[in-house]
Design a protein around this ligand. Structure first.
Ligand code: ADE
Length: 344
């Protein structure tokens, strides 16, 4: 149903795109198959059934939360449920107002436009979206300087679904134009086990329930990561000429990938130990941590920190990041008692 054009991908990260492609086979296509996020699902079902009865297009939807939790999947399910097409693009791809204009004018009545990474939209494109969202109008400026004219085009009634990992970076005029705003939370162990059981079935993997438990515990409570680990464990099982993915094989896969039993990788541990060892537990700024461990700030903020905070190993304060007692314990460091009393 997606009609993503190759040009939409020009700035996308290739590895991410590859994974997205692999994920297609596992992506649930209806709310029954979509496990977890019960509150969001319930609210969405109400929104969809009410709009269906009124024969109205859905109001614009904002979905935020850490990456890999299923924002794009939800957009697919919503559009499918409404029997409409989904056009996918990303905030970083839409460089000029014209880029957005050509997408909007290509939509049909009732279609969905999904903008991923909405916090990366530039001001000009964002402002072009406002009249489109409010009354399905597109203002086009023709010419330059004194002779410039504005032409207004009527657009088909469409629904914008915007997704972001950084809701705080969206301007309030933009945020206020969405009818609903949903937050996706990390999944729990049970839900991830259910997702893995479903994925194993779809991929024809015979797996011991204990193996799926081990993979779920190391999944950072994120379906995308869980599914990736399952595929790596499947590969390892096959390379060992085994028929069944056992608990042992699952643990060995994690060892090979240098991922510990709660899903921490070398970079997570570098982040934690740089705060504990170099800054006595913190607080320390993100820039400093990034420079010290030679990792990109955005990657630390988007990929590593959300989970470290979720499991209570890291905290953000106004003065910077601090490691918690739990975090220090996990990497085998004892914070001095002086440090302990000053941490949050
Ligand atoms: N794959 C990714 N997210 C999922 C979810 N919430 N339920 C089932 N399968 C998924």
């Amino acid at each position: 149903m997606s009609n993503q054009k190759p040009s939409d991908k020009k700035h996308a990260d290739n590895t991410q795109e590859d994974e997205k492609f692999l994920d297609l086979a596992l992506r649930p296509t209806n709310f029954n198959d979509y496990i977890g996020q019960d509150k969001v699902k319930r609210n969405l079902s109400i929104l969809i059934s009410a709009a269906g009865k009124r024969k109205d297009p859905l109001e614009h939807i904002l979905i935020h939360g850490p990456s890999g939790l299923g924002k794009t999947t939800l957009a697919y399910i919503i559009s499918r449920q409404m029997g409409s097409s989904l056009r996918i693009t990303s905030g970083a791809t839409l460089e000029k107002a014209g880029d957005l204009g050509s997408i909007l004018t290509g939509l049909n009545e009732g279609d969905f436009l999904f903008i991923d990474e909405a916090h990366r939209l530039n001001k000009l494109v964002e402002e072009t979206l406002y009249p489109a969202m409010e009354n399905y109008k597109l203002d086009i400026i023709i010419g330059k300087g004194n002779s410039a004219k504005t032409l207004q085009i009527q657009l088909p009634k469409f629904t914008l679904i915007a997704a972001t990992t950084k809701i705080s970076l969206l301007s309030s005029p933009f945020r206020s134009r969405f009818g609903v705003n949903y937050k996706l939370d990390f999944y729990n162990q049970d839900d991830i086990e259910k997702i893995l059981t479903r994925s194993a079935k779809l991929l024809n993997i015979r797996a011991e329930p204990e193996a799926l438990k081990i993979i779920a515990a190391a999944s950072r409570f994120t379906p995308r990561t869980a599914n990736k680990l399952l595929k790596r464990a499947r590969d390892y099982t096959q390379s060992e000429n085994k028929e069944v993915l056992t608990a042992n094989l699952a643990s060995q896969t994690l060892d090979l990938l240098e991922i510990d039993h709660i899903g921490l990788e070398a970079t997570d541990k570098k982040i934690l130990s740089s705060i504990a060892k170099n800054f006595n537990g913190g607080p320390v700024g993100l820039k400093t941590i990034a420079a010290l461990i030679a990792e990109d700030e955005n990657t630390i903020e988007d990929v590593y920190e959300p989970y470290l905070m979720q499991i209570g190993f890291l905290a953000r304060t106004t003065r910077g990041r601090v490691i918690t007692q739990e975090g220090a314990k996990h990497i085998g460091i004892k914070l001095s008692s002086e440090t302990q009393s000053t941490l949050i």
